[in-house]
Design a protein around this ligand. Structure first.
Ligand SMILES: Cc1cc2nc3c(=O)[nH]c(=O)nc-3n(C[C@H](O)[C@H](O)[C@H](O)COP(=O)(O)OP(=O)(O)OC[C@H]3O[C@@H](n4cnc5c(N)ncnc54)[C@H](O)[C@@H]3O)c2cc1C
Length: 454
């Protein structure tokens, strides 16, 4: 009986899944498909506990949707997959392609280890496969807006239809590793069904107000689809098809643009794999960053949400409480670490990757480079977020700060972002600001001017 393997990675769903259709077609009407996930230590170890928990929960949901057929194997995919192909008599292995640096190397290694059994790549976790949208002369885009225009012009396929597949049952599976106990961190419900119902709720109830609501961290104005997109519980094409069917508005266009940012960063990473770790503007690495015991103490205050700047502390406490931070606040806390505490963006990017449930190498590390002003994009270094002004503008009633910083709940809105101006002084238990923002801003600008002047 013809058998195909479907190797799940960042596509933990059964709907809108071109590689699944390719596996079914390869198996033919009389064949079956073995669904497998390989727990690879190279990805598991650096994931951080929220993503490990979320991944295990997504796998459990997928297994339930497959009526228990999902095969879980642990180890190096280049060893595990040829072994499983031999065991099951599979004549092809199907995947959605991976655009990340490790994923590409791993897939090449698996391909050669499989020998005569082809590794068939169909589709990717993106509407347009990274690397495909280029300038007319074939070189990659450096800047978001022209990329987004070309990306829309390129277009994408309609969602793939759901398919009946005969899944092989009874193939031996390894026991899943013990899931980390998150000690109260509130993660979103996992899996494809949860993703689709979260999306339907957002589309029907909040998409209309997205253009205004997306920048207000105290309101529930964004879709919270990032963790689902990260693990492929839903494909962006499914979301884009709903956007195309919706009445066109600024909000609909804006949401499409945000998905385009995700595709842009994946494209940058595809062309410049080293940009996950290295400065895209290397000269800024020589700016001079702070170290020593005092700098470490300041970093610790940032990590634990005790800088004395309410919007920064609220963001860092949201990160620890929900493994998620609102986009506006990600920018504010990132700017604070790099430009007020004079730390390299790589330190913050690593901390985020350890704690975010949606932690994604391309979006996270390029998001950090964007804020640090070290990325490809037009983001001048001298754009430095003022945490007080940002707080007042985007959290005017202090709802976000009060949700995450209980010490400040008793303050009137006009004092929430500057508790040192409150009539009774800074509330007990809340720290004094750890730095003087105006001074640190100038330090950053001076260091930048020195690098520029060299
Ligand atoms: C320093 C920093 C680090 C970040 N790290 C990550 C990360 O690890 N993983 C991640 O998915 N996003 C990251 N982002 C982007 C953005 O903050 C999140 O995607 C967004 O907050 C997720 O919430 P949402 O799903 O409600 O977003 P929505 O506003 O509902 O947006 C819809 C989707 O569009 C995509 N998107 C939106 N904004 C961006 C953006 N700026 N860059 C790339 N994609 C975007 C996401 O897939 C998101 O789910 C980072 C941004 C910054 C500034």
């Amino acid at each position: 009986m013809p058998t195909a393997l479907l190797w799940f990675r960042r596509d933990l769903r059964l709907g809108d899944h071109p590689a699944l259709l390719a596996a079914r077609d390869a198996a033919g009407p009389d064949g079956d498909v073995v669904p497998v996930f390989v727990l690879d230590d190279r990805l598991w170890r650096p994931s951080g506990e929220p993503r490990r928990r979320f991944l295990l929960d997504c796998l459990a949901a997928l297994d339930a949707d497959l009526d228990g057929a999902l095969v879980l194997r642990s180890g190096d995919p280049a060893r595990v997959l040829p072994q499983l192909a031999r065991e099951t008599g599979a004549t092809s292995v199907h995947v959605s392609s991976d655009a990340g640096p490790y994923g590409r190397r791993r897939d090449d290694a698996v391909e050669s280890a499989l020998g005569d059994v082809p590794l068939v790549r169909t589709g990717s976790p993106y509407a347009v496969t990274p690397g495909r949208v280029t300038k007319r002369d074939g070189t990659p885009f450096q800047v978001f807006s022209p990329f987004a225009r070309a990306w829309r012009e390129h277009g994408w396929r309609a969602p793939a239809p759901r398919a009946e597949v005969r899944w092989r049952t009874g193939v031996a599976s390894d026991a899943p590793p013990p899931g980390p106990d998150l000690d109260g961190v509130a993660l979103p419900p996992a899996g494809e069904r949860a993703a689709l119902s979260a999306w339907a709720r957002f589309r029907d109830e909040r998409l209309l107000g997205y253009a205004d609501g997306r920048n207000t961290p105290g309101a529930d104005g964004t879709s919270r689809m990032s963790a689902y997109l990260k693990y492929g519980c839903v494909h962006p094409r499914t979301l884009l098809a709903d956007l195309a069917a919706a009445e066109q508005s600024e909000s609909v266009r804006r949401y499409g643009d945000e998905l385009a940012w995700r595709e842009f960063y994946a494209d940058v990473l595809w062309h410049r794999p080293e940009s996950a770790r290295e400065y895209l503007k290397p000269e800024l690495q020589t700016m001079g960053y702070d170290d020593g015991p005092h700098a470490e103490e300041l970093v610790r205050a940032w990590e634990t949400g005790r800088t004395g700047f309410p919007i920064v502390d609220a963001g860092m406490r949201q990160l620890l409480g929900e493994a998620y931070v609102h986009n506006r606040v990600r920018m504010i806390v990132a700017s604070f670490l790099v430009k007020d505490l004079h730390q390299e963006w790589t330190l913050g990017a690593r901390y985020f990757m350890r704690h975010l449930v949606d932690g994604d190498l391309a979006s996270n590390n390029h998001g950090w480079q964007w804020v640090a002003g070290t990325g490809t994009d037009a983001s001048p270094y001298y754009r430095i977020f003022n945490p007080v002004t940002q707080g007042r503008k985007f959290d005017p009633d202090g709802a976000y700060v009060k949700r995450w910083v209980p010490e400040l709940r008793g303050l009137a809105p006009e004092h929430v972002h500057e508790p040192w101006t409150a009539p009774g002084g800074i509330p007990t238990g809340y720290p004094q600001p750890v730095v003087d923002h105006a001074h640190e801003r100038q330090v950053s600008l001076d260091r930048y001017a020195r690098v520029r002047g060299r």
